[in-house]
Write a new protein. Structure first.
Length: 304
């Protein structure tokens, strides 16, 4: 599949992880995963989005795949491998999610997706390919770099993914690197972003919860305030960072951002503002994108 000349619809590929978010306090399983969420949120913002990853062979895999497809994101080029699905256990405390543990991501992480068997050319047909530290796709990024496709990557917040040895594996092959910098002031957060740029990223963006989001391409620095809810109560914060990123990616691409065309300062600020709006709205959604079911409920055998 290749990009069609004159086709103005943005095409986004979520490349990597899928997982079941099991809310212990609610007794509900929700579909999720960083790569999945960004694809779903981009679709909601008007882009054509698909998902490419590994599904397990258990009942939960059928639930996950059905929920992703039901959200309008095709999964037809994904792979099924024998093994369990990833499950993350958590609960909501005062509107904020609290992670309790996980099973290591299941087969999706133990045998991650790669770009063999025609999948490299398939991925090259998209405008943006998004992946993350939870996808174990680092070794595949150089292959994407050979094509005219923007690559975004979420570094998340764990210290192990701040190590220079890790950043050096991904930054040279990314057009946008998202980094969670909650708790850092402007100077500290910009230092993290500047380091990512020095290590090869074209654009580095920091989320900081209810503090301003920041971005830099090494020449321009830009910030935008978080959008706060008015009198509406937060349902939970699951997926807010992924929604922010989807808003940034879609807005930047629509403004003309390409690998050889850097966003203007005004376009970059507009993208951060769009991301903040998307993150705010996500706080009103249960789970990452709804689609929950009671934990342990079986999926019909004929579903997949």
């Amino acid at each position: 599949m290749t990009k069609s000349e004159g086709d103005e619809e943005m095409r986004v590929l979520g490349f990597g992880d899928n997982i079941v978010d099991r809310f212990i306090d609610r007794g509900v399983d929700y579909p999720g995963g960083n790569a999945v969420n960004v694809a779903v949120y981009a679709h909601r913002l008007g882009a054509h989005a698909e998902y490419l990853g590994v599904f397990g062979s258990d009942d939960l895999a059928g639930f996950l795949r059905g929920a992703i497809e039901g959200a309008g994101v095709p999964t037809g080029r994904s792979v099924v491998r024998d093994g369990e699905s990833g499950v993350s256990s958590l609960q909501v405390v005062d509107g904020d999610r609290v992670f309790l543990g996980w099973n290591g991501g299941g087969v999706t992480v133990r045998q991650p997706i790669d770009l063999t068997d025609g999948r490299e050319q398939y991925a090259a047909g998209f405008d943006v390919v998004h992946s993350s530290v939870y996808s174990r796709t680092e070794s595949q990024l150089p292959s994407l770099r050979r094509h005219d496709v923007l690559v975004s990557f979420d570094l998340s917040s764990e210290a192990e993914f701040r190590a220079p040895s890790y950043v050096d594996r991904v930054a040279p092959f990314t057009d946008l690197l998202l980094i969670s910098c909650s708790g850092l002031d402007d100077a500290e957060a910009y230092a993290v972003l500047d380091d990512a740029i020095r290590r090869g990223a074209h654009l580095a963006v920091a989320t900081r919860g209810t503090d301003d989001a920041l971005a830099t391409d090494g020449r321009v620095r830009c910030s935008a305030p978080a959008k706060l809810l008015d009198d509406r109560a937060i349902v939970d914060t699951m997926g807010c960072g992924d929604a922010f990123l989807a808003g940034v990616l879609v807005t930047l691409h629509r403004s003309g951002w390409r690998r050889d065309v850097a966003p203007s300062p005004s376009d970059l600020r507009a993208a951060l503002e769009a991301g903040a709006e998307a993150a705010r709205d996500q706080c009103l959604v249960e789970g990452a994108f709804g689609g929950g079911r009671p934990s342990g409920e079986p999926v019909a055998a004929s579903m997949w």
